[in-house]
Ligand binder design. Sequence first.
Ligand code: IPM
Ligand code: MG
Length: 383
Amino acid sequence: MSKYRIAWMPGDGVGNDVMEACRIVLDGMKLDAEYIPCDIGWDFWCKEGNALPDRTVKALEGTTCGLFGAITSKPQDEAKEELIPELKGKGLVYFSPIVKLRQMFNLHTNMRPCRSYPGNPLNFRGNLITNPGGGEIPIDQIVFRENTEGMYGGVEFFPLPESVYEALSLNPKMKPWKAKGLESVALSTRIVSTKGCTSICSQAFAYAQATGRKRVTLIEKPNVLRETGGLMTRCFREVAKAYPKIWADEANIDAICMWMFKNPQDYSVLVAENMFGDIVSDLCAGLIGGLGFAPSANLGDTYAVFEPTHGSAPKYSGQYKVNPIAMLLTAKMMLDWLKESDKASRLESAVARVIKEGTVRTYDLGGKASTLDVAREVLRLVG
Ligand code: IPM
Ligand code: MG
């Protein structure tokens, strides 16, 4: 019997390519694990009307944690078009299975580290005013993204039901919408709770303290989103009181996109509501070479699912072209969570060396190596 049972969810597109690469490394490192293949993704939506079949949810319940590749998500109309004929017109509604997984398993915290590994030709170099020599700017950021609330709660309406309109009319700002015709009004909600906001802020500060980081930045927009942004800001300030040595600052989502692009080295721990965390984590990835370098962990109290931040890149699917480094760093996060610290740090060092040595590189780095070549090179250096 293996020590760990890991749910194996390649998902769609290049999720399969990078998971295969990941397996080369995990097997080579002799992780004492059994991998349980689980169905998830677009094919299951098209054939079964459910991208996250019940059998998968059941299987996950018997595992230590999950490892996930990538998912194809499409807007509702396109999703319905691609259902097999027998399932069309049955009122099936598409939900992103990864978003559903996060909610079903209460994976409330999404950690997304972005570190610039020296020698990556795609590392951010700034402009000639902030960085006259044009060399790499060292970046070591981590986004704590609230993972189950906010604009991802799935509370949406179209058309707007009369009853919902009536309830919302308690706020006089709702009045003009009736004149536009409720049948032509769409509504997506942003719902946050004190518990959710406090939890994500607490984890960001605790992480900063544990890792010796000096700054935690809240990303919000409380000047416009007065209630949800206001609640998050109050929770952030309350949590910050317990960490007097850490600089707690606040930025609006729009402003921080500009500041992080200009001075990325100034930021360390970032904390945000679901949608803002989604947006800003892609920005962070862009600064350190792109989504090919950005791992993530969806963490709950007792269960976790690890996935690279990137999508399924259908045009590269099955070609073994894409960079597996985000996936390998994701496996590193899983090893940390499993308390396999030695394996985790050996894996990260090997990845860093492959980037630095630069002889085995995928196309995004100007190289010709395949996804699996990179994995084999990482394994060779793991020792
Ligand atoms: C991410 C992705 C997902 C998200 C998509 C695939 C639903 O963009 O993990 O950042 O929006 O959370
Ligand atoms: Mg995203």
